[in-house]
Ligand binder design. Structure first.
Ligand SMILES: [Zn+2]
Length: 86
């Protein structure tokens, strides 16, 4: 058992994510607190999240420009078809 440093509850080791930077190799937060923390962080850092998403998109585009273009074309066509019907 290990105590979560956020909710202060004792939980079994499998309720913690692995973390190589800590002494016991487990995250200080239980999985539940970690998920809540990330959800809150995303809420507080919308601009940063958008930036990270944009960077990921850019990397994808650089890695596979043809595939990404095809995907975008398909998306645009679907969008056009959906909106034309209205
Ligand atoms: Zn916790």
């Amino acid at each position: 058992m290990k105590q979560c440093n956020t909710c202060k509850k004792n939980k079994p080791e499998r309720d913690y994510h692995k973390n190589k930077t800590t002494r016991d190799g487990l995250s200080g937060k239980c999985k539940k607190c970690q998920a809540a923390y990330i959800a809150q962080w995303k809420k507080d850092n919308k601009a940063r999240v958008n930036e990270l998403n944009a960077q990921a998109n850019k990397r994808r585009l650089e890695r596979d420009p043809e595939g990404e273009r095809a995907k975008r074309n398909k998306w645009a066509k679907d969008w056009y078809r959906r909106n034309k019907k209205k």
